[in-house]
Structures are given as C-alpha cells and as structure tokens.
Design a protein. Structure first.
Length: 90
C-alpha cells in the first residue's frame, strides 16, 4: 500500500493584477476584469492538475496562493527554481 504524495506550488498575487510563481509573471490584460483575470489564471493551473488548497493574505491586498497536485508513483516534485543572480562585468 503506497502513501499518496503531492507536490506544491506557491503563487504570489497582488491587487494590481499581477501574479508571480518563481519568477514567471502573468499580468492582467487591457480591459480585462480582475475576476476574469483570476479565473483565467486559476483555470490554467487547474488544467495542469493544480488544486488551490490555501491562501495566506499579505498586507496591501496581496496574497500567497498555495496549490497542490498528486505525484504519480516514482515521480519526484519539480524542484524550486533558484533566483538568478546578475553578475556585473568588471
């Protein structure tokens, strides 16, 4: 009997119509309602198998949205992407 395993994704959303997940940003389109923008983004994640499981509200109308999806037998979770450091040429 195997234990169900999950992978998680954390998405930051702010009140200006911007969501960010590990550096990948999605912006609200000109003339798009905020609710339609949210639904568009959530539907895209749902199509990839992600399920919203929690929201951590932040100051100024922002929030972290936590998603999970099941891992198949033998599958590993996607590793978090590191922050790319910019090197300054000398």
């Amino acid at each position: 009997m195997s234990t169900q395993r999950f992978e998680y994704k954390v998405v930051y959303a702010d009140f200006r119509g911007r969501v960010s997940a590990e550096g990948d940003e999605t912006l609200i389109q000109d003339g798009e309602r905020m609710t339609a923008f949210g639904r568009r983004y959530l539907n895209a994640l749902g199509e990839q198998g992600w399920e919203l499981v929690g929201i951590q509200h932040q100051p100024m109308g922002a929030a972290f949205h936590i998603f999970k999806r099941p891992l198949a037998e033998g599958q590993k979770a996607e590793p978090a992407r590191p922050i790319k450091s910019e090197t300054v040429p000398v």
